[in-house]
Ligand binder design. Structure first.
Ligand code: TMP
Length: 237
C-alpha cells in the first residue's frame, strides 16, 4: 500500500490518501489539545500507544459483530483504514458521572448511573462541539432516524464490550466518545479512535485517573498513565 498525499491534519492525527481510493492511512501524533484546542501540549509516545490500543480494541469489537474502519496496522504510528464520510456527531456514553456531565448537572464525579447514558455533540470546532439531541441531528440531515438507531445500538454494545474488557484489566470505564462514519454503500462503521484521549479510565483499586484528564487538569504523570493502561491491555487482550 503506497502512502500518497496528506488529505487532512487533525489535532491528534494526520490522514493520507493511498493508491486505493477506498482506503486511507491515519498517522497518530503525540500532540495533545484540550478545551477545543485552547490548551496545547505533547504527550511523548501517545501516538504509538493510541494507535496500538485503538487497533486492538477495534479488532476486539469486530469479533463481537461491530463493524469498524480498521483494516491493518502498518507501523507503530500508522494504520490502514476504510475511507468513510464521518457523521459529524460525537457520541458520548457515560457509566459514571464525570467531566462536563458533572459540571452541567451538578453531580459529583464518581456518581454511578443506574443505566448507561448517551449524548451527542455536533462536531464543529468553531461552535465548540455543542450538545445536540437526535431530533436536531435528523432535522439538520446529519444522519437519518435509521442511522441514529444503528449508532445508538452500536454505541451501547461497544460500551458492554469495553466495560467488561477494562474490568478484566482492573480499570473502570467511566465514559468515552465515539465517532461513526459511512462507507460508500451507506454502511455505518465505527471510525476515529478508542484511546485514553477519548475514554475516561480509572484504576479500580486506587481510583487514579489513567487517561487524558491528567493532561486536561495538569495532574502530572500523563505519560506514565498512558503506559500503564497500555500495559494492562497487553496483559489481558
Ligand atoms: P466530557 O465529560 O468532557 O463531555 O467528555 C466525555 C468523554 O468524551 C470523555 O471520555 C472524554 C471524551 N472527549 C473526547 O474524546 N473529545 C472531546 O473533545 C471531549 C470534550 C471529550
Amino acid at each position: 500500500m503506497t502512502k500518497k498525499e496528506q488529505l487532512y491534519e487533525g489535532k491528534a492525527k494526520k490522514v493520507f490518501a493511498t493508491d486505493a481510493p477506498e482506503l486511507l492511512i491515519v498517522s497518530y501524533k503525540d500532540d495533545a489539545t484540550a478545551f477545543n484546542g485552547l490548551k496545547k501540549g505533547t504527550i511523548v509516545g501517545k501516538g504509538v500507544i493510541n494507535n496500538r490500543m485503538s487497533n486492538l480494541l477495534m479488532q476486539k469489537l469486530e469479533k463481537a459483530g461491530i463493524p469498524t474502519h480498521f483494516v491493518e496496522e502498518l507501523s507503530e504510528r500508522e494504520t490502514l483504514v476504510k475511507k468513510v464520510s464521518i457523521i459529524p456527531l460525537e457520541v458520548i456514553i457515560r457509566n459514571i458521572a464525570a467531566g462536563s456531565f458533572s459540571k452541567r448537572y451538578g453531580v459529583d464525579e464518581g456518581f454511578v448511573f443506574e443505566t448507561p447514558t448517551i449524548e451527542f455533540s455536533y462536531k464543529n470546532d468553531e461552535l465548540g462541539d455543542p450538545l445536540m439531541n437526535e431530533y436536531h441531528a435528523i432535522a439538520m440531515k446529519l444522519a437519518t432516524q435509521e442511522e441514529i438507531e444503528t449508532i445508538k445500538k452500536y454505541a451501547f454494545a461497544i460500551n458492554e464490550q469495553l466495560k467488561a474488557f477494562w474490568a478484566e484489566c482492573g480499570v473502570i470505564l467511566v465514559d468515552f466518545k465515539l465517532e461513526f462514519g459511512k462507507l460508500l454503500d451507506g454502511t455505518i462503521v465505527l471510525a476515529d479512535e478508542i484511546s485514553p484521549d477519548t475514554c475516561r479510565l480509572w484504576d479500580r483499586k486506587t481510583g487514579e485517573k489513567l487517561d487524558k484528564d491528567r493532561f486536561r487538569r495538569d495532574l502530572g504523570g500523563v505519560e506514565d498513565a498512558y503506559a500503564e493502561v497500555m500495559k494492562r491491555l497487553n496483559e489481558h487482550i
